[in-house]
Structures are given as C-alpha cells and as structure tokens.
Design a protein around this ligand. Sequence first.
Ligand code: NAD
Ligand code: MG
Length: 399
Amino acid sequence: MRHICVLGSTGSIGVSTLDVIRAHPHLFKVESLTAHSNIELLAKQCEEFKPKMVVLGSADVANRLNALLKTMGLNISVEHGAEALVTASTLTSVDTVMAAIVGAAGLLPTIEAAKLGKRILLANKEALVMAGDIFMSAVASSGAELLPIDSEHNAIYQCLPDANTSNGGSRGKYASLGVKEILLTASGGPFRNHSLDQLKEVTPDQACAHPNWVMGRKISVDSATMMNKGLEVIEAHHLFGLPSEQIKVLIHPQSVVHSMVRYIDGSVIAQLGQPDMKTPIAYGLGWPLRIDAGVKELDFATAHDLSFEPVDLQRFPCLSLSYQALAVGGLSPTILNAANEVAVDAFLNHRIRFTQIAELVERVLDQTQVIGAMSLEGILEADKTARQHAQLMVKGLNI
Ligand code: NAD
Ligand code: MG
C-alpha cells in the first residue's frame, strides 16, 4: 500500500488524483491534503479520505475548516502556511507526494520531499522550471523516484527505452541508447488559428476555454499563449537530460498523441490516449505496475483524424522566449517563470491584454539583472525580484 500526500488536492489535478485513489482503496491511503482556500471541498475530502493532516493558505481559512471539521466529528490536524506545506509532504508516514500546487508555491514542499527520497509525482512543472538543476540533484542524491505527470512528459517517459525498469537511471544517457530527439505535442490551445489582431482582443474566459483539456485557470492561459509548451521544453530538458536542440514542439490539435520519441534507426514511438489526466496520474501512482485509471478507452473503430503542423512562433512568442531562457541558463528560467505568473494573474484580472503577457515576460527577462548563486535561496531571491519587477511593469502598461 502507498501512503499519499496530495499537494493541491482541491485543484484539477488534485481532484483527478483522488478519483484514481478512490477506485483503489486497497492500494492507496491518503495521509495529508493541502489546499489554498476551498474549505468546502477540502472538508468533503477530509470526510471521505480521513487524512491525518491538512494545510490551508491562511489562519483565517484554517480556523474556519477546523470549526467545520469539529461539527463533522472529525479529528484532523489543520495547519496553515508555507512551513506547514513542507510538514505535510515530509510526514514520516508519507511515501508518495502528488505535487499539484500551481506555480512557485509548490517548490519547497516538493523539493523537501524529494530530498527525503519519497516518490514524487510531478505535475507542478513550475517547480522544475525555476529550480531544475537543484531539484534534479536532490532527486539523484536521495534516490527519490520521480515520475512525470504532465501528459507530454509522462508520454515521453513511457516511450523511452527504460521506462519500466529503471527510474531515471539513464537520464542524460539517452543518446547512447539511440534516442535522437523528443517531440512534444501541443494542441495549440483555443487560439490556434487566431490572427495577431484577434489575439489582442481575447478575454480571460475565452483563454480558459481549452478545446480538449479541463484545467486550472493559470495553466489554461499558459496553453493559450503556448508558454505552457515553453515551460514544458524546460521541464523536459531537466527530466530527461537532453539539450534543447533535441526537444522539438509540434502542433497536434486533437491531443490524442501525447508526445513521441524519435530514435536513430527511424522509429518514432508515441503514447496515445484520451486527453484525461487520470491516465498519467494512474501511471505514476501504480508505477511500475499498470492500474485502472477509470478513463474511457480510445475508440479506433470510429474515424480519428490525427494531424500535425509546425508552430507559428510569430503568433506565439512565449515559446521562443522559453527556448532563449533555457539557452541563457542560470536564473533566466526562474525569471521567465516568475514574470509569467505575474503576467497571467494580471491578464486574468483584466489588467493587461493577452498579447501583453509575452511583452511583459520579454521585458522582465531583458531588464532583470540577478546575479545570484544557484542555490535554493538564490533562486527564491531571483523569483522575488522578478515578481516585483513584473508587478511594477504591469502598473506601467495601459490596457
Ligand atoms: P488548479 O488551479 O486547478 O489547482 C491548484 C491547486 O493548488 C489548488 O488545490 C489550490 O488550492 C492550490 N494552490 C494554489 N495556489 C496556492 C498557493 N499559493 N499555496 C498553496 N496552494 C496553492 O491547477 P491545476 O490545473 O490542477 O494544475 C496544478 C499543477 O499541475 C500546475 O503546475 C499545472 O501546470 C500542472 N498541470 C496541470 C494539468 C491539468 O490538466 N490541469 C496538466 C499538466 C500539468
Ligand atoms: Mg502538458
């Protein structure tokens, strides 16, 4: 039996994780859950899964949940704040952590669990973008099992030569195993065919209406700008130890082929499935065994169009910015991620236009000089500086 902490249990990935866990009560026991503020849903999850401990974002919501749990007759420890997130992910009884907090807030509880050698199911790509080298060395020195949950990376993981035998044992050595490159597929989001002029006018609700996937609002906007694919290129670089020249992106509007690996002999191996995150989540929870994810089968008896096309970098500059940040290296990906988080938040709150997200990220990348050590503290400091810089720029932009 695996003992699980779900960081971000009230979000899209968190809820899907609990759906898979619910279907296998003999395989999984929930030890701790965390959420930012949705106490109604967290209370329901407490009633069903009876964790030892839950964590919320502030004292106010923690007190309210505590009162609610008392009326429900549940004796569960309720804490709040950043340190409590680390307590939840590093409990001795926890052996598996689903990292499904959105954004930089997920970094510390995830990396601290990795240092202790726990199995990490990584959905929170921002953690790897901002601190990839440090995160991966924490995994290597503790021997933690790191399983990608992001659907593209989960697909690539399944298509690599050693998926079921060695967890990351061949990281950085894939070229010697005949891997030529990896092909990350991208749906292109809701604005795949929009002109630049049309992109200037799109609203947050339109950006969050993804054609294939149901996701949280931040990643939905990232999918619409294609920053999501840019973050995924950086994520793939760290997860698989491949240089950026061997990480390609192509548009595949149907989101059925989740990604592919091209080998030197001409073979291309792809992973296919429904666009439903329960498949990669079940893969990570069950690894190396396969378990039922509760996902509808792909039906090949009805016609499927699987089409592929190149990306238009003019309309989706966030992808180029990500490749550039990866090439510059150092703290650039940290700055890219921080600026993007601020820009997406400003767009969702109607303070900047959709097309200004890329402009803002580019300006913050150009103008933020951070000379810091590549330590966790240095990264958190660069994250903070870039956010302050981005916030000032938001104020200066006219919508
Ligand atoms: P979401 O917005 O639906 O959920 C986010 C969760 O994080 C919620 O439980 C929320 O309470 C918690 N949270 C938010 N801010 C927090 C903070 N400051 N401190 C602590 N907790 C906080 O997001 P999601 O779509 O579930 O995505 C979660 C992560 O998984 C993201 O990093 C995203 O990029 C990644 N991901 C999601 C999908 C998907 O299909 N949804 C696919 C691939 C990767
Ligand atoms: Mg993805």
